[in-house]
Write a protein that binds this ligand. Structure first.
Ligand code: RAM
Length: 952
């Protein structure tokens, strides 16, 4: 019947047409990655309903074809690398490639078709591809790398500094340790580098694909024939350079000059900066943390159009490269950039530049004897994601212009190049002094200054004359101060804020009828954007910017609702594993800084919590397997010194509920609770991963033993009071399942009493805040959670918003009306930690969750969804969607105070339980398949009370 109808609706669709289409193919979470160093990469796709009015659509089978070529094979439906055959399964992600092994660098093209619930076949998807990595997971064997680490000969940068001292002695004296950027170049011709045997056939062979692989000890940018190979920033990103380097892969086919005569030269130009490797590093406050000498590594692999695979390494980093210096006297990650235009070697990235005065580089082989791994980057690049223009400007004193961009974020200024000679200085700040000048005290020791010394435009290199921007620095700011701009009054359009972050697609949305809540969501989002910079940092502005583990574990669920952070965290979890000490201690920050301490409780635990988050949010079982040995080690590490199950030893920096206010949660309460939580998560993870039946029991028992110790030591077994009597104490005990059932209602009452006693304010710090609203909602006090959400007096999220916050502050009292700015020693206005409430907005308010997220019976990844929205307060309207790995889930409601209409959309190939509890006289509990569902009715009593301030 439905088939016939479909035939009537659409003349182009055949009666037998499948109900679903396939799109968004990815490999290891990435769109067409050029290098994947994992055996058995996992494939995924999304399914869409062709007719959105239909329900209960799912995939009953799939077939994957993988081939070495598209035209001759895949388009003829032949998979010479892998033909999965028709696999009866509804799995559409995490499907392991099981075809022929790929050689290093080989490209595999693939497509997939599916059968719907009625066994009707879809068309094949469009073709996607991935490239096999060069090391193929071997961890980097020295012998397999043709490219070498190349660096500058001793003295080259010192020479440039001497030159600088002639111009600006003070800069050199003040900043011992800053180093000039290196310029590296190599001219090459495709014709000259092929072996003599293949020379004759050269004319007939077309380059099919050219892939450039590159990485650095430092940060780099690459141009081929004066064109940037990609829009990536700050590559290769930050890893634990004592152990791992990620190389990036770029398709440069279009950039190479291949059609002209064989003598045509191509030129590769590389700018090499200090970055995390040898630039100024926060907290440690030193330069050259990993090494003082920056090095670059590259290989350019070319594949020809001649059927079978044939590869040539056309160029590689070796002794034959030249190196010089130029206009970039420094471009330090934290401090900023100093640029002297007249020192720039003109056209150095183009063929024909005379580099005879540049010395040769020093080359050394990639050495695996130190167990250094060179691995394909599993993460996403940092990019300029958005540009902001200033919303206001003023002079804080004569000639000192301040610009306000209206938004705190991370990035840098792109400046219109002035016409005349000038020394222009840009300083960055998050806040203002009362007199309208910029407030920079909280940046601590960083300069956060970009300086340009321009010559006359007539001398300037042509293509760079319009705008200038720094290469290897970033700042966290909302305001900038501009001094020395020569063309009269600077215009708003002379400056652009180039906003950067790791390119995690941020597609999920949540909008409500309440402006304060919307601003909170915006602040959380900008906190995430500003701090997802290769690693999840604490803050983007002061001399810190490190991968703090406590911040990361508490925010990870929120981050995973807001954006697709799957690849980002996959990359970072290697940094976490790399940072584990031989005894088993995870670190406080990953990449681990050379630090005598292992991770503190709730910080080191990120090593367990992050894989669990990946499992629940993305259904990723493999990351659990990968992390399992290190997680077990972490338990041995804690257990070794805490045999009584109270986590009182090996607490290292022992931060406690960091930056809590008006409360003192005993550290041993928090620490022991976290030990229990770790055990709980281990048992849950073991329950859904293969071959871990014994571990389920082992960790469940451990959780019980810890719970017993916790109760014995900290909980009054009669009245349920927990030592310290703080919100965080009750929250952790409830959320981590540490209390016997009979004590739970008592603990909830103590929690609510405590909130009431603080006049309906929170007292939680970094850790407690993550469980505040979720636990209240879970234990029947959603009304109190809403009250805290909408609170706008100190301390609350609303208080910062009422005081113009556009990001989440590090501290509840970052600025107060009574005291002004907090101690500048630690006062960031862009820390995401206290924004961990974000997950509750999606999970509880919008009600989009995994079904049985705790027991993980369903394996995570929103394949089995729970829709259980909890409307309330003056939120008469909410529209949310979450872009899950299994497709977009929608949830929205609109209410007029007496009636409510609720709509939800469940993606194809998933199922959901919908619980509607807010309609009078009706308790709806329905198990459904895909499609759109709508419920309408009179609001029940409970919500009459909660929806109290109606606007229409
Ligand atoms: C601060 C960091 C971070 C926090 C640690 C304990 O310096 O900013 O956010 O996790 O301390």
């Amino acid at each position: 019947m439905s088939g016939q109808l479909l035939g009537l609706f659409s003349s182009t669709t055949s009666i037998k047409c499948c109900d679903i289409s396939v799109s968004d193919l990815k490999v290891e979470y990435l769109v067409n990655p050029l290098a994947v160093d994992i055996p058995g990469p996992r494939l995924q796709w999304l399914l869409q309903a062709i007719d959105h009015r239909k329900h209960n659509l799912w995939q009953s089978a799939y077939q994957i074809l993988v081939a070495t070529d598209t035209e001759t094979l895949l388009q003829k439906n032949t998979g010479n690398l892998w033909d999965s055959g028709k696999v009866v399964s509804n799995q559409s992600n995490h499907i392991e490639y099981k075809g022929r092994p790929l050689s290093a660098g080989q490209l595999a093209y693939w497509m997939v078709k599916v059968w719907d619930q009625d066994s009707r076949e879809s068309n094949y998807s469009t073709i996607a591809y991935w490239g096999n990595g060069l090391g193929s997971g071997s961890g980097g064997g020295g012998s397999q790398w043709s490219g070498q680490w190349i660096s500058a000969p001793n003295g080259l940068q010192q020479e440039a500094l001497k030159q600088l001292a002639d111009i600006d002695k003070k800069v050199v004296q003040d900043h011992q340790g800053l180093l000039p950027m290196l310029y590296m170049r190599k001219q090459f011709s495709l014709g000259q580098s092929v072996s003599s045997s293949s020379l004759s056939s050269r004319g007939s062979r077309k380059v099919k694909r050219a892939i450039l692989y590159a990485t650095a000890q430092g940060v780099y940018k690459v141009w081929i024939n004066n064109k940037l190979v990609a829009d990536h920033q700050l590559s290769p990103g930050w890893t634990d350079y004592l152990k791992t380097y990620n190389y990036q892969s770029y398709d440069v086919t279009e950039l190479l000059l291949t059609n002209a005569s064989t003598t045509t030269d191509n030129t590769i130009g590389v700018l090499l900066g200090t970055g995390w490797y040898s630039g100024y590093i926060g907290l440690q406050k030193n330069y050259a943390h990993y090494g003082r000498q920056q090095s670059f590594w590259t290989e350019l692999h070319v594949q020809y159009d001649s059927g079978d695979r044939e590869d040539e390494i056309i160029i590689k980093s070796d002794q034959s490269w030249k190196v010089g210096t130029g206009s970039l006297m420094y471009s330090d990650m934290l401090h900023g950039q100093l640029y002297y235009e007249h020192l720039e070697p003109k056209n150095w990235r183009s063929t024909g530049f005379d580099d005879s005065k540049w010395p040769e580089v020093v080359a050394r082989p990639v050495d695996d004897s130190k167990h250094l791994a060179l691995l394909a980057d599993p993460g996403v690049p940092i990019r300029v994601i958005e540009e902001l223009i200033p919303v206001a400007k003023w002079q804080s004193s004569p000639g000192v212009w301040v610009f306000d961009f209206g938004q705190n974020a991370a990035g840098w200024i792109q400046l219109r190049r002035p016409t005349g000679a000038a020394r222009v200085q840009i300083r960055h700040a998050e806040a203002l002094n009362p007199n309208g000048s910029i407030y920079t005290l909280n940046l601590r020791s960083v300069l956060a200054t970009d300086t340009y010394v321009f010559t006359d435009t007539t001398d300037a290199e042509e293509e760079d004359t319009d705008t200038v921007e720094p290469h290897f620095t970033f700042h966290g700011y909302r305001y900038v101060e501009l001094v020395g701009y020569p063309d009269g009054e600077p215009k708003l359009t002379d400056l652009k804020f180039r906003v950067i972050h790791s390119d995690t697609p941020m597609l999920s949305k949540l909008v409500t009828s309440d402006q304060l809540v919307n601003q909170l969501i915006s602040n959380i989002k900008w906190g995430q954007r500003s701090n997802f910079l290769s690693v999840p940092t604490d803050c983007p502005q002061r001399d810190e910017r490190m991968g703090w583990m406590g911040d990361a574990e508490i925010f990870a669920p929120t981050a995973s609702y807001m954006a697709d952070v799957s690849a980002f965290y996959t990359k970072w979890l290697r940094d976490v594993r790399d940072g584990q000490s031989p005894e088993g201690g995870f670190s406080d920050v990953a990449p681990r800084m050379v630090d005598p301490y292992d991770g503190a409780p709730a910080w080191g635990d990120a090593g367990v919590i992050l894989p669990y988050t990946m499992l629940t949010m993305f259904g990723d079982h493999r990351i659990v397997d990968l992390q399992w040995p290190s997680m077990e080690k972490w338990f041995q590490y804690i257990a070794a010194e805490n045999p009584d199950h109270l986590w009182t030893k090996r607490v290292n920096n022992n931060y406690g509920d960091w930056l809590q206010v008006n409360a003192r949660t005993p550290k041993e309460v928090m620490n022991t609770a976290y030990y229990g939580y770790d055990a709980l998560l281990m048992s849950r993870m073991a329950s859904v991963t293969v071959n871990r039946t014994a571990d389920v029991l082992k960790y469940r028992q451990l959780h019980q033993s810890i719970a017993q110790a916790f109760n014995r030591e900290f909980v009054n077994q009669t009245d349920g009071r927990i030592a310290g009597d703080t919100q965080t104490g009750y929250l952790l005990a409830l959320a981590f399942e540490l209390l016997p059932e009979r004590l739970r209602p008592l603990a909830v009452n103590h929690l609510v009493d405590n909130i009431r006693a603080h006049d309906w304010h929170l007292t939680t710090g970094f850790i407690g805040v993550g469980y505040l609203c979720p636990t209240l909602s879970e234990f029947g006090r959603h009304d109190v959670a809403l009250r805290l959400l909408l609170q706008d007096t100190y301390p609350s999220w609303g208080y910062s918003i009422r005081n113009n916050a556009t990001t989440i502050w590090e501290r509840w009292d970052g600025w107060t009306r009574d005291k002004g700015f907090q101690d500048p020693g630690m006062n960031s206005f862009n820390h995401y930690s206290l924004g961990s409430v974000g997950r509750w907005l999606w999970q509880s308010l919008a009600g989009i969750d995994n079904n049985d997220s705790n027991g993980l019976v369903t394996g995570g990844g929103f394949k089995d969804i729970l829709i259980d929205p909890k409307p309330g307060a003056n939120l008469y309207n909410l529209t949310a969607n979450y872009q899950s790995i299994n497709g977009q889930i929608d949830s929205s409601w609109i209410s007029n105070g007496t009636h409510i209409k609720f709509t939800t959309t469940i993606p194809v190939n998933t199922r959901a339980t919908i619980d509607v509890t807010f309609i009078r006289n009706e308790t709806i509990h329905r198990n459904v398949g895909s499609g759109r569902y709508e419920f309408m009715g009179q609001l029940n009593k409970q919500y009459d009370r909660i929806i109290n301030k109606l606007i229409f």
